[in-house]
Design a binder for this molecule. Structure first.
Ligand SMILES: [Zn+2]
Length: 299
């Protein structure tokens, strides 16, 4: 009995020590940011069309656009993605240090958290759409929805050029057009560029995000009063864009895995998918309209 009481006391002390350790450690550990295993799963880099290459992970897209005067990188992804992006660029025979301009799809941590590190490594100029520029400069703290979510903050980065709807980003003969497709963020950007390969010109569209995230308030949103009107404008813009090559901020938008599988089976250019683009946009617009009707019905 004596022994067992001593063991009991020892156990009690251990539990107390553990509880104390938890109290001391917990405040320093922020809740982990939302994640998806496909965001960090490495993916073999590949050539898409012309001077455009995929250098992202299985689901977090990053694009390298090479030119004779240096390269453009679209999306820096997570802080932990930077070595992965660098490795992908090198596997394709290019160099991260040749990146002269950094762009993003939108100012959420899964597309922009690595920016500060990439700018430091490359000295590239950071060009971000009005509405997202302040968000990247505050490391996500001024985001209309996630500003208070410490787990979704990221290292702030200085913006060298604030873009507006229709602005062009030019480098070495390549022209990228920034389309403000807001709603998901206030400066969400869809990038387009014409690419010529083997005498054929393709309109490339990299969709920023047409998604209404869980918890987004589309009606009477004091932090973003025009959110619903912005989504409306976004769908008008996206439907009107000419698109042969359909790409986006996440591989899941455009069925990247299936398209790579088709290519592996011998299909020459699976990324030419104008019908897939239109049906994706139509489906996303319907999802927005359903959510809007639901929220309006609740008032
Ligand atoms: Zn997002």
């Amino acid at each position: 009995m004596e022994t067992s009481r001593r063991e009991c006391n020892a156990l009690f002390m251990l539990v107390r020590l553990f509880a104390l350790a938890l109290v001391l450690v917990l405040p320093a550990v922020a809740a982990p940011a939302p994640s998806n295993p496909d965001w960090t799963l490495p993916y073999p880099p590949f050539h898409i069309v012309g001077n455009i290459y995929y250098v992202g992970s299985k689901d977090l897209a990053a694009y390298l656009i090479t030119t004779p005067q240096g390269d453009v990188l679209i999306n820096s992804n997570l802080e932990s993605s930077v070595p992965q992006i660098r490795k992908s660029i090198e596997q394709l025979g290019f160099r991260l240090s040749d990146v002269k301009i950094l762009l993003i799809s939108h100012a959420h941590f899964d597309h922009a958290a690595g920016s500060a590190q990439i700018l430091k490594l490359t000295g590239a100029r950071y060009m971000v759409m009005d509405g997202d520029a302040s968000v990247v400069q505050t490391g996500g703290r001024s985001d209309f929805h996630y500003g208070g979510r410490e787990d979704m903050h990221f290292p702030p980065a200085k913006v060298d050029r604030v873009l507006h709807d229709g602005d062009e980003v030019r480098l070495g003969g390549t022209v990228l057009v920034a389309h403000r497709t807001a709603g998901h963020t206030k400066g969400c950007t869809t990038w387009t560029t014409p690419v010529t390969e083997k005498g054929k010109t393709y309109h490339v569209v990299i969709v920023g995000s047409p998604n209404v995230n869980p918890g987004y308030q589309l009606v009477k949103n004091a932090a973003y009063p025009q959110i619903s009107a912005d989504y409306e404008a976004t769908f008008r813009t996206l439907k009107a864009l000419p698109c042969e090559i359909f790409l986006g901020a996440h591989g899941s938008y455009f069925g990247m895995n299936d398209k790579i599988a088709s290519r592996n089976r011998g299909e020459a250019q699976p990324f030419v998918d104008p019908a897939g683009y239109q049906s994706y946009i139509a489906e996303r617009e319907q999802a927005f309209r359903d959510e809007l009707a639901k929220q309006q019905g609740g008032h």
